[in-house]
Design a binder for this molecule. Structure first.
Ligand code: FMN
Length: 327
């Protein structure tokens, strides 16, 4: 058997398959199952800024008395949600041997900074900041939004010593520059990319609905391109996320230079057993190609290591367009 060990965020992983933050990583029982089927690490379900604010506001709006009491209640509710999360970290750490990465979904520097320290004290091996600011404001300039990302990192870093990662989206005009700039800020990893809630339209009812929450395998090409282009440029590790549904997808991301991958949708669809299937496929490919360890091929097809690096940047197929225009 080939050696599947890899390193991500300064953590040693027994293989490159991390279970990304999702509902499956929100209970000790599920996480134990994921570990028993081969998961190398888990990113806990994110605690959301909105979730905590909503809990507090919902309660306090029912509470039409003295504002001091409403404040007390708001603080109590907030503390309760946070305590439950910290309890989860402690319990999971007691029960499993794999690295446990906490996750905070945030959009501002202020609210979560002290919680990062609490997460560390509870025993998390790392912290992933799931930062998302929808650039929907027509007066909001890109640079201002990027500054919020940098500020959040700077603030959180002041309070923790465990490795920090940023999970990001791709709604940036200068995406390569943003990824690079993020990597200069002392973080240990970047996750490319988060997959967001996607609105759809139901034609029958003429109403806005939600598109499928699970990815499809062809969504892998987005992270694959950006991991390939950025893995030899950034000053931290990259993991690929979105559309990785089998071991061959894992291998592609490793070839492009990811240190590991994060998976969610396919584990919902096929169960924890699928982790073993993916790892067998990685083994199978490595055997066929005579590799005995991940480092033998990790980054082999990163942009800087290939003869024709423009292939990653190519946006249009001349051949396709030429043929299409002649039909
Ligand atoms: C049901 C569900 C819940 C999710 N919850 C979170 C979350 O709390 N925090 C987060 O950062 N990502 C969350 N994600 C996103 C996943 O971690 C992952 O980035 C995304 O689904 C793309 O990976 P995939 O193609 O393997 O599903 C969730 C995904 C799903 C399907």
């Amino acid at each position: 058997m080939a050696d599947l060990t890899t390193g991500y965020m300064g953590l040693t992983l027994k293989n490159p398959v991390i279970i990304g933050s999702c509902g499956l990583t929100h209970s000790v029982k599920e996480i134990k199952k994921l570990e028993s089927h081969g998961a190398a690490a888990v990113v806990l379900k994110s605690i959301f800024e909105e979730q905590i604010s909503m809990d507090s506001d919902a309660l306090s709006s029912d509470f039409h008395t003295h504002s001091e009491e409403a404040d007390y209640l708001r603080n109590y509710t907030k503390q309760h949600t946070l305590d439950k999360y910290l309890e989860l970290i402690k319990e999971v750490k007691k029960e499993v041997g794999i690295p446990v990465i906490a996750s905070i979904n945030c959009a501002s520097a202020a609210q979560w900074v002290s919680f990062g320290k609490a997460v560390q004290d509870a025993g998390a091996d790392g912290l992933e900041l799931n930062i998302f600011i929808m650039p929907a404001g027509i007066k909001e300039k890109g640079g201002n939004i990027e500054k919020i990302y940098f500020d959040i990192i700077n603030e959180v870093k002041k309070h923790i010593s465990i490795p920090l990662a940023v999970k990001m989206g791709f709604y940036f005009s200068g995406l390569a520059n943003t990824i690079f700039e993020l990597s200069l800020r002392g973080i240990a990893g970047i996750v490319l990319f988060n997959r967001f809630y996607r609105p759809d339209i139901d034609l029958k009812s003429e109403k806005l609905t939600t598109a499928d929450i699970f990815s499809t395998p062809d969504e892998i090409y987005l992270p694959l391109r950006w991991v390939g282009m950025m893995s030899s440029e950034v000053k931290c590790d990259l993991t690929a996320s979105t559309g990785i549904h089998d071991g061959f997808g894992v291998v592609k991301c490793l070839l492009a230079g990811a240190k590991a991958v994060q998976v969610a949708s396919i584990i919902y669809q096929k169960g924890a057993e699928h982790i073993g299937v993916m790892l067998n496929q990685v083994q199978e490919w490595m055997k066929e190609h005579n590799y005995s360890s991940i480092k033998d091929f990790n980054g082999k097809l990163a942009q800087e290591n290939i003869k024709n690096p423009q292939l990653y940047e190519r946006a249009q197929f001349m051949k396709y367009y030429a043929n299409a225009s002649s039909t």
